[in-house]
Design a binder for this molecule. Structure first.
Ligand SMILES: Cc1cc2nc3c(=O)[nH]c(=O)nc-3n(C[C@H](O)[C@H](O)[C@H](O)COP(=O)(O)OP(=O)(O)OC[C@H]3O[C@@H](n4cnc5c(N)ncnc54)[C@H](O)[C@@H]3O)c2cc1C
Length: 266
């Protein structure tokens, strides 16, 4: 579930090549993409995300992909016959450098299941992919303070938002990981506090975050909340904020980034 509005820049389908891959922490692999097309990427920061198009079968065709991934684009994508239809997954721009144009993507490596994470762990330089910009989910409303919540899959998004917060921003981020060695250095504004939480690898995402949030003494005033990560975590936070804290739904952006036990749609 999500209430994020998708926005498309006019950059369309961009082709890119894998430049390098780096194991940045025990459960994260950073893949850097480059190539001439990426000079047309319109970087807007925060949690900007995109559809990553990965050819996984011989015969998969990047050139048949739609330029946009709205309803029409998605239907066109689904109409591609198996055998030429690449896999599409959602990822966040962890960093963008304009010259030469490069995008870093931080992948949670979550085992052998699925397509994107196993691909990221074994990909080599020069592999060809494509991407379609989807804009940002972070569109803060007028608020006295910000509340960011998520699990490891949200770390790139929350890190990007924190990086780009205005200096005078106040608030709290609660980031739950299953391995504290995956923490990253986040330079938050002075009035903004990052709380790292750790669940055990066998616990469901949100096991630590939801009870912590329930006990947390909220600052006064109206928050704008951004809750992403595993589906039950993202919706659980929203439910708590609305039912127990009286936060208006319009002040909450939420998105299930992945669902326990379920593959993404393609
Ligand atoms: C807007 C947006 C931005 C995102 N940005 C990032 C990002 O920058 N980095 C990132 O790592 N993820 C990110 N995600 C989440 C990512 O798209 C999903 O985790 C995706 O399902 C991974 O695809 P897959 O092919 O590896 O696994 P799938 O084929 O989708 O799933 C296979 C199995 O793996 C499980 N699984 C999927 N993801 C995870 C996970 N993170 N941890 C544990 N188990 C999992 C599923 O429950 C399923 O059982 C983002 C999602 C959205 C919607």
């Amino acid at each position: 579930m999500t209430n994020i509005t998708i926005t498309h820049s006019d950059s369309g389908l961009l082709h890119a090549q894998v430049l390098k891959k780096e194991q940045i922490s025990p459960n994260f692999v950073r893949v850097t993409l480059g190539g001439a097309d990426l000079t047309r990427f319109q970087f807007v920061g925060a949690d900007q995300w995109f559809r990553l198009v990965i050819p996984v079968h011989e015969g998969d065709r990047l050139d048949l992909m739609p330029q946009r991934f709205g309803v029409a684009g998605f239907l066109r994508y689904l109409s591609l016959p198996k055998g030429v239809r690449p896999v599409v997954r959602n990822y966040t721009v962890r960093s963008y450098r304009p010259s030469p144009a490069e995008i870093d993507i931080d992948f949670v490596v979550h085992g052998s299941e699925g397509i994107a994470a196993p691909w990221a762990s074994r990909v080599e330089s020069d592999f060809e992919v494509a991407l379609i910009d989807q804009g940002c989910g972070w569109h803060p409303k007028l608020a006295d303070w910000y509340l960011l919540t998520g699990d490891e899959s949200s770390l790139p998004a929350l890190a990007g938002i924190i990086r780009d917060l205005p200096d005078e921003s106040a608030g709290h981020a609660f980031i739950e990981l299953f391995d504290k060695r995956d923490r990253q250095e986040l330079n938050a504004p002075k009035g903004f506090q990052v709380h790292w939480l750790e669940r055990s690898a066998t616990q469901a995402p949100g096991s630590k975050l939801l009870p912590t949030l329930e006990r947390f003494a909220f600052p006064s005033g109206t928050p704008y909340a951004f809750s992403v990560g595993e589906s039950a975590l993202a919706t659980g936070v929203r439910r708590h904020l609305v039912a127990q804290r009286g936060v208006p739904k319009a002040q909450i952006t939420f998105s299930g980034y992945w669902k326990l036990g379920k593959s993404a749609w393609t």
